[in-house]
Design a protein. Structure first.
Length: 223
């Protein structure tokens, strides 16, 4: 199974990133992870997580220490997640390779490095605009550019409302270039009861695009 690139940028919705990472690891995938400085700000503002981009450890994003989990918003998430997906019996789990957002020597900056695709979740309007205009000023933009030019799967998960014409045009440019634009826009037809039912709807739709077979939500037409 080829590796997956997961980038988080500074849009609201940090919980989507953490949940997606958990699900990819439970699916035994190798994840190349990179975060922008604004993503670290959002992780702190929304989940109370302190992520050090210069000295990253996975436990900063997915706390494993029970004391860190107490009173954490992630604790709520954990208690509501689908046990079958996160079961400890799923071991051996996948692995994470972290890349600093300024490290242009990372493998994922090159088209010769093989991946199964890239997800930017959530994707800020700033990153969306940079990719739509081919700027490649950080590793996230560059890796996205590479996925487009190599005709590999690029899934962007924008989060903003309302949307202006520049943002809509940038989304169209990316869709025309082959990207999947998958807004963090959960449906309600699966009768969600919790925030995490909504989170899992979006994460499940991302996994569908990656061809990862997990059932995180009740599909339309499913009994
Ligand atoms: C708590 C917080 C929430 C934000 N939410 C959004 C958002 O939902 N969408 C967006 O496009 N930008 C949002 N921003 C602004 C971006 O983080 C900002 O434009 C930044 O330059 C994006 O940089 P990046 O694309 O390199 O991550 C938010 C910023 C903060 C601190």
């Amino acid at each position: 199974m080829a590796d997956i690139v997961l980038a988080m940028t500074g849009a609201s919705g940090a919980v989507y990133t953490v949940r997606l990472l958990q699900v990819l690891l439970a699916a035994r995938r190798t994840v190349h992870l990179t975060l922008s400085p604004a993503a670290a700000q959002v992780l702190h503002a929304e989940l109370g997580l302190n992520v050090n981009l210069d000295d990253f450890e996975l436990s900063q994003l997915i706390p494993i220490d029970e004391t860190e989990l107490q009173d954490s918003k992630l604790n709520m998430m954990r208690s509501q997640t689908n046990a079958s997906v996160l079961s400890e019996s799923d071991a051996p789990l996948g692995s994470v390779e972290y890349h600093h957002f300024q490290d242009f020597s990372a493998g994922i900056a090159s088209g010769s490095f093989r991946t199964a695709g890239m997800v930017i979740c959530p994707c800020s309007m700033g990153t969306l605009g940079s990719i739509a205009n081919g700027l490649s000023t950080n590793l996230i933009h560059r890796a996205a550019d590479v996925h487009l030019k190599e005709r590999r799967k690029l899934i962007v998960v924008p989060r903003e409302t309302p949307l202006g014409s520049i943002q809509l045009e940038n989304m169209k440019r990316l869709a025309d270039a082959g990207a999947v634009v998958l807004p963090a826009m959960p449906g309600f037809y699966h009768n969600p009861l919790t925030i995490h039912d909504l989170v899992d709807f979006v994460v499940g739709r991302i996994c569908d695009q990656l061809g990862i077979g997990v059932d995180l939500f009740k599909r339309w037409g499913q009994d």
